[in-house]
Ligand binder design. Structure first.
Ligand SMILES: Cc1ncc(C[n+]2csc(CCOP(=O)(O)OP(=O)(O)O)c2C)c(N)n1
Ligand SMILES: [Mg+2]
Length: 326
């Protein structure tokens, strides 16, 4: 294991905790009916967004999907604007027009997220093509789920990226389910990373709950992309702690999360935040009191973000067409 500075590791830890506490802060408002858009929580998968985004620079591009609060925060998006967007307020990052699944902040390289499964892969490809034409040394990352491997655009994009040797990182967050469909029920082969082989794209399968492993893989891949040795495909194995949408898939009173309870429990033992916490404690890089202090600060930040959103207003009816392509 490489040596990292305490400051770096604390930042990584804080980033994952910011994502987790922000996600979990929405459970009550969702259940109370105070959130008016579908919300797909990222709890349990934080190590991937944090590890990959820490391997990038601010000018690199990322693209997300329907479960992208974590990507947005890890790339440097404002928590105030994220929370306001989830409440569909004018002060949100998409001026309240998008809600939870349309997040964007080009200033920090978060180029957009969209709910169409695999919908942003070709956009990331375009960004990587632009970077290669401009020779500006930027890398584009596309985050997508195991469900996106059923979409043709992924294979078209892999082919084009390989053909043009584009600086793009395909990041598959394999949480073993696409809504309620287990990955083994819709794929002949479960080793997703191998789909890159026919395109001669380097690919790896990595523990997505160990943030240092994610970071190291991300850093190696980004380096290769910058040296013109892209594209790279990384499959991260992970698990969502919550339902597909909302806290527990409780859709109109019907509990539809069909994942075995024991399976959820097993993965909860592999909580990415606890894994890093343990590493930091065992290596005397963090003390229990530090954990409490970081948690207190993050809780305060989350609370302030909700206050910011509550103080914000909805867009005026006459302005609803503004920022919207029709
Ligand atoms: C093209 C398309 N087909 C179907 C849907 C409905 N849908 C929304 S999310 C989802 C599953 C996505 O699963 P995965 O890509 O594994 O991401 P995860 O939710 O597990 O993070 C589906 C089928 C959609 N949004 N877009
Ligand atoms: Mg999935």
């Amino acid at each position: 294991m490489k040596k990292y500075s305490k400051e770096f590791l604390w930042q990584l830890y804080r980033t994952m905790l910011r994502i987790r506490l922000c996600e979990e802060s929405f459970i009550e408002p969702i259940l109370n009916g105070d959130v008016h858009c579908p919300v797909h929580l990222y709890s349990g998968e934080e190590a991937i967004a944090a590890g990959i985004c820490f391997a990038l620079s601010e000018t690199d591009y990322i693209f997300g999907n329907h479960r992208s609060h974590g990507h947005f925060l890890a790339k440097g998006g404002s928590m105030d604007e994220l929370v306001a967007e989830i409440y569909c307020m004018e002060t949100g990052c998409s001026h309240g027009r998008g809600g939870s699944m349309h997040l964007i902040d080009p200033e920090v390289g978060m180029m957009g997220s969209a709910p169409i499964v695999a919908g942003t892969i070709s956009l990331a490809l375009g960004a990587a093509l632009a970077a290669s034409i401009r020779k500006d040394n930027r890398v584009a990352v596309c985050f997508f789920g195991d469900g996106a491997t059923g979409e043709g655009v992924l294979y078209e994009s892999l082919n084009f990226a390989a053909l043009k040797k584009l600086p793009i990182l395909f990041v598959c967050e394999n949480n073993f389910y696409a809504t309620h469909m287990p990955v083994h029920a819709c794929r002949v082969k479960n080793d997703i990373y191998k789909i890159a082989e026919p395109f001669c794209i380097e690919s790896h399968q990595i523990d997505g709950n160990d943030v240092l492993k994610v970071y190291e893989a991300g850093q190696r891949a980004v380096e290769k992309c910058r040296q013109g040795q892209g594209p790279i495909f990384l499959e991260f194995l992970t698990y969502r702690f919550r339902g597909h949408v909302g806290p527990d898939d409780n859709i109109q009173g019907a509990h539809t999360d069909i994942r075995p309870k024991e399976e959820v429990e097993e993965w909860r033992k592999r909580d990415p935040i606890v894994i890093l916490e343990k590493y930091l404690l065992e290596n005397d890089l963090l003390e229990k009191a530090d954990i409490e202090e970081i948690r207190r600060q993050v809780e305060e930040e989350v609370e302030e973000a909700h206050l910011f959103a509550q103080k914000s207003g909805y867009s005026k009816e006459k302005d609803l067409g503004k920022y919207v392509f029709a």
